[in-house]
Design a protein around this ligand. Structure first.
Ligand SMILES: NC(=O)c1ccc[n+]([C@@H]2O[C@H](COP(=O)([O-])OP(=O)(O)OC[C@H]3O[C@@H](n4cnc5c(N)ncnc54)[C@H](OP(=O)(O)O)[C@@H]3O)[C@@H](O)[C@H]2O)c1
Length: 377
């Protein structure tokens, strides 16, 4: 396989800019383009990346472009003009951290809804981007950051799923690897972790050190031998928010960017790798995956079947606030999660067809803006 070298980052927010920046700091020949909706933001970010790469002796080709994802034809033109090998989607109408900018008490109340009810804020920009991908005729690999655990299975129903997601299940794997290696008295290089977990569980692990009411699957190998049964894995996970705690919030998106690069760089460089990712080939939830010649092969913990892995991810999905994603892409939300949204924002959406997602995203944005005003003292 020829190494892919042209990478388009679509979405010039915090995560998109971080990943774009890192992709340019390399001795490999790469052409990276940052695409935002604001010319000034995209130009400045691209120049910052270009100049800091030059400062360190790297000479990547760096550029920028503009589009608004709601303009599918324009986005398709941008994609066709750049002819990327890989597109990294990092756009969202409302990133996960935005609710944390509410006043503390309001944040705590809204946080109780979990992530699922906010799905339209991630699904719609990805859907628009994928419509543009199809219209452009590109055969680029599409890698997405925005809630792939649920966005991909919903969009898979209409043939619009990105190829693979990043983050979530991946974000705790280095911490678990470090904790296991320390417990075993060995180098992290000798330890391989295989984790099956939905977004809900990955979010919980770093904060509570367990998977709560959801299931998860964890396998640990030492020198290629399964040693899971020899370890107290529950005690190990409890150390994640204790001695293995890490910086969170926006600054903590360094971890997410690293998870994104763990997928993007092997694809860009034509290398095989074993990584963790959500939404692999449109699947629900997250799991370990082998990247082999640009294709993906799910690698489960020893002894786990595909059906067991799927059931684990479905249990996490329910805790995240999504009861079911139907074969036609219709999403049914968990009443308990939605009740929080109704109580706080006045938003009620028991069921959403894909064709309704745009209106739902608009409604959430309006209600959230009103809520912020109402709860700000
Ligand atoms: N998988 C993971 O582990 C993980 C971890 C962290 C974040 N994420 C997800 O990654 C995504 C990005 O997160 P972030 O923190 O970087 O968010 P962010 O800073 O808010 O960036 C989102 C970007 O999307 C852009 N955007 C919104 N609507 C657009 C449109 N119509 N056309 C073009 N661009 C548009 C925004 O543009 P403007 O700047 O012009 O508003 C913004 O630059 C979110 O879905 C977030 O939840 C995933």
């Amino acid at each position: 396989m020829n190494p892919s070298r042209r990478i388009m980052v679509l979405g010039a927010g915090d995560l998109g800019r971080r990943v774009f920046h890192e992709l340019a700091h390399t001795t490999r020949e790469r052409h990276v383009q940052l695409v935002g909706r604001d010319e000034e933001v995209a130009l400045r970010a691209a120049n910052l990346t270009r100049f800091s790469a030059l400062q360190r002796g790297f000479t990547p080709t760096v550029g920028h472009a503009c589009t608004d994802l709601t303009d599918v034809a324009r986005t398709a033109e941008r994609i066709a003009a750049f002819a990327p090998d890989i597109v990294f989607l990092a756009a969202s109408y409302q990133s996960w951290w935005v609710i944390s900018t509410l006043e503390a008490a309001a944040f705590q109340r809204v946080y109780a809804a979990n992530y699922g009810p906010w799905l339209p804020m991630h699904l719609v920009p990805v859907m628009k981007a994928m419509e543009a991908v199809r219209l452009s005729g590109t055969e680029a690999l599409i890698v997405n950051a925005a809630y792939p655990d649920a966005v991909h299975p919903a969009l898979a129903a209409v043939g619009l799923s990105p190829d693979i997601g990043i983050g979530n299940v991946a974000n705790n794997v280095p911490g678990i690897t470090a904790a296991a290696a320390d417990e075993l008295g060995r180098s992290t290089a000798d330890v391989q972790v295989r984790l099956v977990a939905h977004h809900y569980v990955s979010h919980r692990l770093s904060r509570h050190g367990d998977s709560g009411p959801a299931a998860m699957g964890l396998g640990i190998r030492l020198d290629g031998r399964d040693v899971t049964a020899e370890l107290d894995t529950a005690a190990l996970l409890r150390r994640l928010p204790a001695q293995y705690r890490r910086t969170g919030g926006l600054a903590g998106q360094t971890m997410t960017a690293a998870s994104a690069l763990s997928v993007l760089e092997p694809l860009a460089d034509g290398r095989d790798a074993v990584v963790h990712a959500p939404g692999v080939d449109g699947a629900l939830g997250g799991c370990p995956v082998a990247i082999e010649s640009g294709k993906f092969r799910v690698l489960l913990p020893d002894g786990m079947t595909d059906e067991q892995a799927h059931a684990i991810n479905v249990s996490g999905q329910a805790q995240d606030g999504i009861r079911e994603i139907r074969a036609d892409g219709t999403v049914l939300f968990e009443p308990a999660s939605m009740a929080v949204m109704t109580e706080e924002l006045g938003y009620d959406c028991p069921e959403m067809r894909l064709s309704e997602a745009e209106d739902r995203a608009r409604e959430i944005a309006e209600r959230f803006a009103e809520y912020r005003t109402r709860t700000t003292t």
